[in-house]
Design a protein around this ligand. Structure first.
Ligand code: HEC
Length: 298
């Protein structure tokens, strides 16, 4: 393999590795940004939903309890914080796609709140870590990747059991609407579910992949240009002169063209080599006691 091919091979391999590393780093960087972005969006949404629930519990519920004194009367939209949050979110999601909110529960009153396998794991985590107040991560749902943030739902107050304890003591209206099969017999201190906010990260990840690919293609383009430049440069500055000098050395070795000077004024390695060969030419000429007509050998 010639010096030029060796050099180009080394440069190509190193540049290719560098391009792959830059492309990968660019992807990881964009991915990290996408996750940080999803996390902050998730937090904003979560805080808003929580604030809406707190407003209901702190200000509206006591007033409603004053107005509705019959314990069997139950109007979900007016009397359950979980219904208020769910229905408010449904309206929000009509205008804002790419997010999901779920009050994932092991055994819910409202069937759509039933936790799936991944959500059950999150609830399990909160159940085995009673001090944990939040958890987040990445999960795949229906082929799409989501960032999720979760908060536990624990039965910390007795009054929860008025509606989720023994179905016999639940409001009659609630039994009419939800039946008595699911969402009951919860116990104090049980971790019954988790509030979950999902933010889709698939579009951002696809974008990250696309820009990493662009960086890679650009890198390969630069590499090809570099190879062409190195090829041309090597031809002019290294390979051509070396081939010419080796021809000269060969000629000198057989006593040919001993009067043709190859002296060079270029101050690089090729110049040094040319001048050494030239000195050798002169020495050989002297040894052979030949003279050049115009003394151009010196
Ligand atoms: C007045 C009755 C009532 C009280 C009191 C009540 N809930 Fe509920 N809860 C409901 C109803 C009805 C739903 C169904 C929500 C829906 O339709 O989305 C519900 C839903 C839930 C859900 C979502 C899962 C499901 O069952 O659909 C959780 C979790 C929950 N409640 C926890 C609590 C906690 C914790 C408390 C106490 C702080 C509490 N609830 C107090 C009536 C009540």
């Amino acid at each position: 393999m010639g010096i030029r091919a060796k050099f180009i091979t080394i440069i190509s391999v190193l540049s290719l590795l560098a391009t792959i590393a830059i492309g990968y780093t660019s992807y990881m960087f964009s991915r990290q940004n996408a996750l940080a972005d999803a996390k902050s969006k998730g937090e904003i949404l979560f805080n808003y939903i929580e604030a809406s629930g707190t407003f209901f519990g702190r200000y509206q519920k006591p007033l409603i309890d004053e107005l509705v004194t019959d314990k069997d009367r139950f109007i979900p939209e007016l009397m359950s914080m979980f219904v208020v949050k769910r229905m408010e979110y449904d309206l929000f999601s009509e205008a804002q796609k790419g997010y999901q909110f779920k009050q994932a529960t092991i055994d819910p009153l409202w069937p759509d709140n039933k936790a799936d396998a991944d959500e059950l794991k999150v609830i399990q985590y909160f159940a085995s870590n009673p001090t944990a107040q939040s958890k987040d991560g990445i999960v795949e749902k229906g082929g799409e990747q989501f960032f999720y943030a979760a908060k536990p739902v624990r039965i910390e107050k007795d009054f929860c059991l008025n509606c989720h304890g023994d179905p016999a003591s639940a409001p009659k209206d609630q039994l009419d609407i939800y039946g008595s099969d699911h969402g009951y017999n919860w116990k104090l201190d049980d971790t019954v579910g988790a509030s979950m906010v999902y933010v889709s990260i698939s579009p951002a990840l696809a974008l990250a992949k696309k820009s990493a690919l662009k960086v890679f293609i650009l890198g390969i383009g630069c590499l090809l240009v570099t190879i062409v430049c190195i090829w041309v440069f090597f031809d002019k500055a290294v390979v051509g002169p070396i081939v010419r000098l080796s021809e000269t050395a060969k000629d000198i070795s057989i006593g040919k063209n001993l009067c043709d000077s190859v002296h060079s004024d270029v101050k690089d390695e090729i110049g040094i080599l040319a001048n050494s060969i030239d000195r050798m030419r002169i020495s050989v000429n002297k040894l052979l006691k030949r003279s050049c007509p115009d003394r151009k050998q010196e």
